[in-house]
Structure formats: C-alpha cells, structure tokens
Write a protein that binds this ligand. Structure first.
Ligand SMILES: [Zn+2]
Ligand SMILES: [Zn+2]
Length: 273
C-alpha cells in the first residue's frame, strides 16, 4: 500500500517527476535529456524500463525537451492534450502518441492519472493527480493562481509536488524587466512562496505525509528560505525542496485513510495567519 516518488529535475531548466509502484511507473513531463533522465534514475536505483507512459502538462520547453529522445529510445507512449501536442511541435512516432482531455482519468497498469486544468500561460495546461495502491500524489507546478480544483485535489493527496517559484521581495527588487515580473506574478504565471504556503497552511490534509516544493526560480528564490518558511508550518508533514540540478531521494509514500473536509472554503474568503 505505497507508491515511490522522486523529482528527477525541477525548475525552468527542466522538469521531470517519477511516480511508480513496485512494477510500473509514469513520468510527469520530460524536460531533461534522455541521458540526464537515465543517469538520475540509475543513481537512485530506478529503472526506466518500469516507465510505461509519460504525461505532459504543457508545451513550455522545460517540460518537453526530452520527449523525442526518451520516447524513441525506450518506446514509451506519451500523453498530451491535443492542443498541447500541436503547440509543442515535438517529433514523436505515431504509435507512441496519445491524447487526453482535461478532467479525464487515464489508467496505466494499476496507476490512474487524473488531469485537470490549471491557470498558466500555455494553450491547455494541466495538473495531475496520480493514484495507485490507494495513494494519491499531486503534481502541481506552473500555476499562476490557486483555483478550486487545485484545492480539492490537494486535499486528497498523501504527497504533492507543489510549485513555490519565487519570493515576492526578490522578484520585486530583482533585475528582471517589468513585463517579465508581471508575467511571473500574474494570474497565468507561477505560484509565489506565499501563495504556495497559503495553500499548504489552509488546506493541508491530515494524510499529507510529504510536501516537495518544486520549480523554484534560480534568480528569484532561495531553497533555504523555502525550506524554512514551510518547515515552520509543517506539522507532521515532511518538507523537501526539489533541486534544479539533481534528483531528490526516492520517497516511499504510504497509504493512510483520506479524510476530506465537509466543504472546502473558497481561498478568497480566508486570510492567512
Ligand atoms: Zn515550467
Ligand atoms: Zn510553464
């Protein structure tokens, strides 16, 4: 009654997240090279032969650059929404191309991958929740603002990769041009440390054993700051920060009963702390 998860790489230079049971696994996004993916998996004792499918969240380069190499060499099927595939323009063999729609659940062996739409400046961006052995894992990165489906899926998770992209002060006082600051902090950009922390503090379910903060900005964030911020509010949840340079350890996520709140309170009605 467990799943194994790791971040193989996380950030604007490439994203790839592994979720699997003892026999089979899926990757969410393929934003690093085939060699980089293989090397990271080898180091932590994971086999790419277990990977039965790759699911793509959106067409930005840091989520798709590894697709042609990995899918061709290992003959792994890749799942896109139709418009994400058209926008990504990656070469892929016909028999490996598969489509899904937002709201749909796809079954790969004994894993169920549920997609749902998110706010991000891509054509049809999707978040995912992967379920196996009754364990729910959220993959929530590249999100401009928190929406109700994100809250509802977060509340079901035993572990989640959650974007904590930028520190508001570092972005505001940094050297990025105004248009880029606006894009990052806008409704269709990325989640700030504060936005991610607010989601965590207000909606953390009792069964959430692991939170892995992800997609940290190189220039506008600091992993130690993120670890401290979330560590202070962690309670019984183990906090980790995914690296933009290497894989995390493999986390074993155990099933515990999912306890859902009677009714989620809309985020805008709450004030933090
Ligand atoms: Zn990204
Ligand atoms: Zn993106």
């Amino acid at each position: 009654m467990s799943l194994f998860i790791t971040s193989l790489n996380s950030g604007s230079n490439g994203n790839c997240y592994y979720i699997g049971n003892e026999r089979e696994a899926v990757l969410i996004d393929a934003g690093i090279s085939c060699r980089g993916t293989e090397r990271r998996m080898n180091r932590i004792g994971l086999s790419i032969s277990a990977v039965k499918a790759i699911f793509i969240s959106h067409e930005h380069a840091d989520h798709i650059t590894g697709i042609p190499g990995i899918s061709k060499k290992h003959q792994i099927p890749v799942y896109f929404t139709e418009s994400t595939f058209q926008s990504s323009k990656v070469p892929i063999e016909d028999h490996l191309l598969n489509y899904f729609k937002g709201g749909q659940t796809i079954t790969i062996g004994s894993l169920a991958i549920k997609a749902f739409t998110k706010f991000h400046d891509a054509c049809d961006p999707q978040s995912f929740m992967v379920t196996g052995n009754q364990v729910n894992i959220g993959i929530f990165t590249d999100i401009g603002s928190v929406c109700q489906p994100l809250i509802e899926h977060f509340q079901q998770c035993h572990a989640a990769f959650l974007e904590s992209n930028y520190c508001e002060d570092m972005l505001a006082n940094g050297s990025y041009p105004i248009y880029l600051k606006k894009r990052i902090s806008g409704k269709f950009g990325h989640l700030s440390n504060f936005q991610a922390l607010e989601l965590f503090v207000k909606y953390k379910p009792p069964h959430l054993s692991h939170l892995i903060l992800a997609h940290l900005s190189k220039n506008n964030n600091d992993p130690l700051l993120v670890e401290k911020l979330f560590g202070e509010k962690a309670g019984s949840t183990k906090i980790s920060v995914a690296s933009r340079y290497q894989e995390t350890e493999v986390y074993k996520i155990e099933y515990t009963p999912v306890i859902l709140p009677r009714k989620a309170v809309p985020l805008k009605q709450l004030s933090l702390f």
